[in-house]
Design a protein around this ligand. Structure first.
Ligand code: ACM
Ligand code: ZN
Length: 600
């Protein structure tokens, strides 16, 4: 009995400490945080003071405050009750210093840094017991670990609206992710208006049906498609730029090109005809490398892309291009002879190098998936390592820049649980939050001198089976929060338990904002301890304010079932422990069913 009371007290104390530690819960974790005693009380009477240069950031700060708290700050003089933004170009562009104390709030930094300072500020807002908005007194000095912190969205396979793309980018920026890699062309659809070739979107942006499961014949028979006009693209680029997000467009070549080839079959080795395919398999039909018209077409497309996108980089794909057609094609074979190439891999290298020269001539650089290493890497190319880390390691050893985006850690289309029956159907794989979080881009195979070539990290969201906005969010969050921390926080700050401690208020905020992220399993789900012949299960929700309902007989829990109020102490039975639970968020949204297992 005494032991039980001690245990209970310890549990209550640990909850209390948990509450205190949350006072400052930031993701990604800043470089240096000093928390001081005292709070800044924040209200409609607080004033904003800033130079015109960061007017957009000030406007966005106000938009957020209005949308989330119904208040809007007027401009005014700097003082005790103000937020002062100061541009300091002697600081690194993304670095900032945020001070909140009795003298007011100050954010100093480069232009991007000031934006990030405001995002940190917004994460710090909470309400005190009298319902006032408060910010803790802090001194935060912060800058990112990596320059490139990205998410890729595959709108080629599934189209998402302009409004959704903007909302997605807005959320990225809130967690200091700064690169949106927009996969705009695919077998399953061409998604960007090209003025010179209107047929590309008139025809190539549409298909008659979508494959729904692994069975290629399981088709929904619902026409699907869409594309972004150049006016929409400009609007999205500006929206992203206002939030310090760069958009890197991807035009796939030589593979994943069926949508384009369905419009221009003469650019394939076999001349078609083709339709925009209804199945997700890798296609043998790719752009013919031996046809000059292929390069004319791609250069025309790239010219419009380069004119539209201010990004320093253009992604040219390069992945998953089977060489079957090139082996059988007279034109491709005669080019191989003419250029004295060894094989079709060298032909792909010729292809990419030729495109690189064109893109370089326009003052831009290329990024390609790691297949661009095969047959010889284009001289100035950045490699995006996706088939694990090998491509990145090889490219860094050749002194090329690298973005680490390995499918072994950062493919957000992979499952988040081994219990697939309780997850939305998807492509496969298993990348739980913990595995994503613990990814370290400086793998030991990269030497200290080569680390400078690792420019950053990216999570990829491939849409073969992701067909709704809600599912994009479900697959992306909270894993993108782990990515944000990999990309931003210094290696010495990375700590999964600390991350889990900071998650609950962060996820509660996402819940309030209506983002349907995947509700994580409660902490403690995989740990059963035994004491005095009892099995003890101590669950902590990772969303603040979430309730847990559970059953102990293996049945499915529901909100009319038992509400979890503290550690369970169950009699040990030969038949084992059969605890199932669900979480219900303050918004009313429910998790899938999670089962207690002992992995300790
Ligand atoms: C890829 O996942 N095919 C880059
Ligand atoms: Zn050919």
């Amino acid at each position: 009995m005494v032991k039980y009371i001690v245990f209970l007290l310890l549990s209550i104390m640990s909850f209390a400490c948990w509450g205190q530690a949350q006072k400052v819960s930031l993701i990604p974790e800043p470089n240096q945080v000093e928390i001081n005693s005292g709070d800044f009380i924040f209200s409609e009477s607080t004033r904003l003071h800033y130079p015109a240069k960061v007017g957009k950031t000030a406007l966005l700060l106000n938009d957020f405050l209005f949308a989330n708290y119904g208040i809007s700050l007027k401009n005014g003089a700097a003082g005790k009750n103000s937020i002062q933004l100061t541009v300091d170009n002697s600081m690194k562009p993304e670095a900032y210093c945020l001070i909140i104390d009795h003298k007011g709030i100050s954010i100093r930094g480069g232009e991007a840094g000031i934006f990030y300072g405001t995002q940190t500020l917004l994460q710090l807002i909470s309400k005190n017991n009298s319902g006032q908005l408060i910010l803790p007194y802090v001194v935060i000095k912060d800058e990112p670990r990596f320059a490139y912190r990205g998410l890729m969205m595959d709108v080629g396979r599934y189209f998402f609206s302009e409004e959704y793309i903007k909302q997605f980018i807005d959320l990225m920026a809130y967690y200091k992710l700064n690169t949106f890699h927009w996969h705009l062309t695919e077998d399953g659809g061409w998604r960007i208006e090209i003025k010179k070739y209107p047929e590309l979107t008139k025809k190539g942006a549409w298909r008659s049906s979508t494959q729904k499961t692994r069975d290629p014949n399981n088709q929904d028979r619902i026409p699907h498609g869409g594309f972004y006009t150049q006016e929409q693209v400009k609007s999205i680029i500006q929206y992203a730029a206002d939030r310090q997000v760069t958009i890197i467009p991807e035009i796939e070549m030589p593979g994943h090109a069926m949508a384009a080839l369905s419009v221009f079959p003469e650019l394939s080795c076999t001349a078609g005809p083709f339709a925009v395919p209804l199945q997700w398999s890798i296609k043998d039909e790719i752009f013919c490398a031996g046809n000059e018209k292929t390069f004319e077409f791609l250069e025309d497309v790239l010219t419009e892309i380069i004119d539209l996108f201010p990004s320093e980089y253009i992604h040219i794909g390069g992945d998953e291009a089977p060489k079957k057609r090139w082996k059988e094609c007279e034109k491709c074979q005669s080019l191989i002879k003419q250029e004295k190439l060894k094989d079709e891999h060298e032909l792909q290298s010729y292809f990419i190098q030729r495109i690189e020269k064109f893109i370089n001539s326009k003052g831009k650089k290329i990024i390609g998936w790691d297949e661009i290493l095969e047959g010889g890497l284009a001289p100035n190319a950045t490699v995006m390592s996706w088939r694990g880390e090998k491509g990145g390691i090889d490219a860094a050893s050749m002194e090329h820049n690298v973005i680490m985006s390995p499918n072994s850690y950062l493919y957000f289309d992979y499952y988040q649980s081994l219990d697939r029956a309780n997850e939305p159907f998807n492509i496969g794989g298993y990348l739980p939050l913990s595995k994503v979080y613990n990814y370290e881009p400086f793998t030991p195979q990269i030497t200290k001198e080569q680390q400078k070539y690792i420019k950053g990290v990216q999570g990829n969201i491939w849409m073969e089976y992701i067909h709704s906005e809600a599912m994009v969010y479900y697959m992306t969050y909270p894993r993108a929060l782990a990515l944000a921390e990999i990309g931003w926080s210094s290696a010495s700050k990375k700590d999964y338990n600390s991350f889990l401690n900071r998650l609950p208020p962060i996820l509660a905020e996402l819940d309030r904002r209506g983002i349907p992220f995947r509700i994580p399993e409660p902490a403690g789900l995989n740990k059963v301890s035994v004491e005095d012949g009892k099995a003890i299960i101590d669950l902590i929700p990772l969303v603040e304010g979430a309730r847990i309902y559970y059953t102990t007989d293996g049945s499915d829990p529901s909100v009319t079932g038992k509400l979890y109020t503290g550690p369970l102490m169950l009699p040990l039975k030969v038949s084992g422990i059969h605890v199932n639970c669900i979480l219900v968020l303050p918004s009313g949204r429910r998790s899938g069913i999670y089962t207690v297992t002992d992995e300790s």
